[in-house]
Write a protein that binds this ligand. Structure first.
Ligand SMILES: CCCCCCCCCCCCC/C=C/C(=O)SCCNC(=O)CCNC(=O)[C@H](O)C(C)(C)COP(=O)(O)OP(=O)(O)OC[C@H]1O[C@@H](n2cnc3c(N)ncnc32)[C@H](O)[C@@H]1OP(=O)(O)O
Ligand SMILES: Cc1cc2nc3c(=O)[nH]c(=O)nc-3n(C[C@H](O)[C@H](O)[C@H](O)COP(=O)(O)OP(=O)(O)OC[C@H]3O[C@@H](n4cnc5c(N)ncnc54)[C@H](O)[C@@H]3O)c2cc1C
Length: 660
């Protein structure tokens, strides 16, 4: 029985066409759908018991699933794209993520042709397992502060890898603790007693025969992390070197080379390319944000349509909680954000692919913008997604707190995204640096790409919003101009404040809070703009474009409402115009309401992937919650283990004293 069928009938757009719009293309939809079903129908990928498992059992279970996934990849000859979807739907962080997601990309981006030829075939056949060992106990954000040393020994033509202090211990790398045989290790290059910057080195950690750590290497897991199950399927590790020798040709040498004689040769490649793997991964993290948020929103939306509280008249049904305006005002902006992040990630991927091609051809001019966009959008989308998942849990009331809602584990596994691949505040400060530089160069350099609007800064500073009615806000030009003006005015104001400091670095440190706000406003502008640009494309299917238009306005006007202080303080909007935007937002919520279930169905998530009783496709929540309670190990027996030993004596004592 489909308890949500009435809801599904209310929608006024073609859900199948929306699935294609969400996926990006019919090919991508079919590919993703095939992998989702493959995983959902395979009992090896069962995951409901995961939060109940102890750490060793949990990790072993992950290894079993990873081995099975690898077998499927080989046996079914899955393409790289199919393997990525398979990994997504298996939905369990594993050592293989870092192997494919960072170790291989680091070699691809920073290795010479010779190095790629040697290492990539081994890695791609999984004859070696690698991880990305950058962060240390003492330093994560400050990469130039890393302490591990790689000292060149001209006599033997080797680097000596060493951990000189406790704080130089590598700490956090995923896959490092128990599984990696190799790592790309970031260390201070020392040649002839001089420091020559931080570079990557390929280091073998464990024997390929018996997997034991090689001499001079101390390696292990860093211990249990937040939440049951969640990221504990990953062996984040600690690593120390005691004068471990590696051949010279294991330094990744695309950026700088060390000759046999100990000479440093710089290629034309900028040194920032050493950070290139992070640009790649940050871009994938933006795509993952839309997946995680859409998943939480799908659960909360379906459950909000099932759940009823208050409002019964004449014995009729109570009100569905999704009909409360407060529920809509918390839920629908998150639904809109999931779509907004999906489309901005699509754009970011194309920007990244373009930069990658240019880098391969030794053309580096667009790297700073790619860095700013990937850093800023990673920060913006992961912060919003982490907060959004928690909001979805609250939107589900008490039942959202049950593990079987799927939300606690999703939250626990997701929140480190705000920290890994760059702390979100540190990344926004990088965007701020880029913007301040752009403003300072306005007189002699035309801003391009996502900062092109800064070229119109004079008019953006003068012109105020012309919106007179709530309907006036349903105009892409009016909305985009509002976001451009806010971002430009905040950036210019900050630049003026900075100019008052004799020492720019001192000014940057003092104004850091304002600078982060400038960076956030710039990144929100990018997301809003890319959503409107998406709507310019041909999007087939009855009512699909219209529904996306509504979501686009919800996303933009919700942000405008949330940050109205900025829009008012910069003088672009009057209080009346801000309140008209809010009135329009209320109207938009009622347009989303009949389509809400269909909009989350369009994510096309299987019940397996959602992993949530509250978010079941059929809405059959209560019987399944009731059934699941009886499957809890505590309910194996009527009287629990420990009762006779610890509780009964107390009860008996009470009876005894009552008699007295
Ligand atoms: C099929 C499988 C698929 C699987 C897919 C799954 C993928 C995996 C999922 C995710 C798993 C997560 C695992 C997590 C991994 C990690 O966390 S790895 C470690 C990540 N660490 C960080 O992100 C550290 C953050 N710190 C930094 O990025 C930088 O050090 C810093 C903050 C930017 C440094 O600041 P500063 O000291 O000022 O920098 P400098 O070294 O002096 O350089 C400044 C100049 O360099 C430019 N720049 C900085 N970063 C980059 C970059 N990434 N790319 C390009 N350019 C960069 C910066 O703009 C400065 O430029 P100029 O102004 O021109 O000088
Ligand atoms: C689950 C998980 C997986 C990870 N996987 C890997 C991996 O595979 N490989 C790897 O190398 N690393 C990995 N890391 C490490 C991760 O990249 C770092 O933790 C991250 O870059 C943040 O650095 P940090 O821990 O040094 O934070 P810190 O920099 O110590 O941050 C602490 C606080 O200081 C603030 N702060 C720091 N610097 C500044 C500044 N300049 N201005 C203002 N505020 C500042 C931050 O905002 C934050 O609030 C992982 C981390 C986690 C949690």
């Amino acid at each position: 029985m489909d308890y949500l069928s009435d809801e599904r009938k209310k929608s006024d757009f073609d859900v199948e066409a929306m699935k294609v719009a969400w996926a990006g293309s019919i090919q991508e939809f079919q590919l993703s759908d095939r992998m989702a079903k493959l995983v959902a129908n395979d009992p090896v990928f069962e995951k409901f018991t995961r939060p109940m498992l102890g750490r060793k059992e949990l990790l072993k279970n992950t290894l079993r699933k990873s081995a099975h996934a690898w077998k499927l990849i080989i046996d079914l000859r899955l393409s790289e794209e199919e393997a990525k979807w398979l990994r997504l739907y298996v939905d369990e962080p594993a050592y293989t993520d870092l192997h494919w997601g960072m170790f291989i990309p680091a070699i691809e981006g920073q290795g010479t042709e010779e190095q790629k030829k040697k290492w990539l075939p081994l890695a791609k056949k999984m004859q070696i397992i690698g991880c990305y060992a950058q962060t240390e106990l003492g330093h994560g954000s400050n990469v130039q502060g890393l302490e591990t040393t790689a000292t060149f020994d001209t006599r033997t033509d080797e680097f000596i890898m060493h951990s000189p202090t406790l704080t130089s211990s590598k700490w956090w790398p995923g896959g490092l603790g128990k599984l990696s045989t190799h790592a790309v290790v970031y260390a201070r290059l020392i040649v002839g007693g001089q420091f020559h910057g931080v570079h990557g080195f390929i280091v073998q950690l464990r024997s390929l025969e018996d997997h034991s750590p090689l001499p001079g290497i101390t390696v292990g897991d860093i211990g249990l992390k937040f939440g049951n199950g969640a990221y504990n399927t990953m062996d984040n590790g600690v690593l120390r070197f005691d004068h471990v020798r590696i051949p010279r040709n294991q330094m990744l040498m695309r950026v700088s080379q060390v000759t046999k004689e100990g000479k440093i040769m710089q290629s034309d490649v900028p040194r920032q390319l050493i950070y290139g793997t992070m640009v790649y991964v940050r871009q994938t993290i933006v795509a993952d944000a839309s997946k995680a948020l859409s998943r939480a929103v799908c659960i909360a939306t379906r459950y909000s349509a099932v759940r009823r509280q208050f409002g019964s008249r004449d014995g009729g049904p109570e009100t569905q909680v999704i009909d409360y305006k407060t529920q809509q005002s918390r839920l629908f902006p998150l639904l809109a954000s999931a779509y907004a992040f999906r489309f901005v990630s699509e754009w970011l991927k194309s920007l990244y692919l373009d930069v990658k091609q240019r880098l391969e051809a030794n053309e580096f001019s667009t790297l700073p913008e790619a860095h700013a966009c990937t850093a800023g959008l990673k920060s913006l989308t992961t912060t919003a997604t982490a907060d959004g998942i928690e909001e979805c849990r609250k939107l589900c009331g008490g039942h959202g707190y049950l593990v079987s809602s799927g939300l606690p584990e999703l939250f626990a596994v997701y929140i480190p995204a705000c920290t890994y691949e760059g702390d979100n505040v540190v990344l926004m400060l990088q965007v701020a640096r880029f913007l301040v530089k752009t403003v300072s160069e306005l007189g002699h350099k035309k801003p391009v790409g996502t900062t092109a609007y800064m070229g119109r800064v004079a008019s953006l500073m003068q012109k105020n919003s012309a919106v007179q009615t709530a309907e006036g806000w349903l105009n892409p030009g009016a909305v985009v101009e509002a976001f451009e003006s806010r971002a430009a005015r905040m950036a210019v104001r900050c630049a003026q404040e900075l100019a008052k400091f004799g020492n720019p670095e001192e000014g940057f440190a003092e104004l850091a809070v304002d600078l982060v706000e400038v960076a956030v406003s710039h990144c929100q502008l990018i997301v809003v703009t890319k959503f409107f640009e998406k709507l310019q494309q041909d999007i087939p299917g009855k009512g699909v474009k219209e529904s996306l238009e509504v979501l686009c306005y919800v996303y933009a006007l919700f942000l405008l409402h949330k940050h109205q202080g900025d829009f008012l303080a910069t003088g672009y909007l009057t209080p009346k115009q801000a309140s008209l935007a809010n009135a329009q937002l209320r109207t938009l919520y009622s347009k989303v309401r009949p389509n809400a279930i269909a909009l989350v169905d369009s994510f096309s998530y299987t019940d397996h992937y959602l992993g949530s009783i509250l978010g079941r496709y059929d809405g059959n929540v209560y019987p399944k919650l009731y059934e699941a309670a009886w499957e809890d190990p505590l309910n194996d027996s009527d009287v629990i283990d420990g009762f006779h030993q610890y509780v009964q004596p107390i009860l008996k004592q009470r009876l005894h004293s009552a008699k007295l």
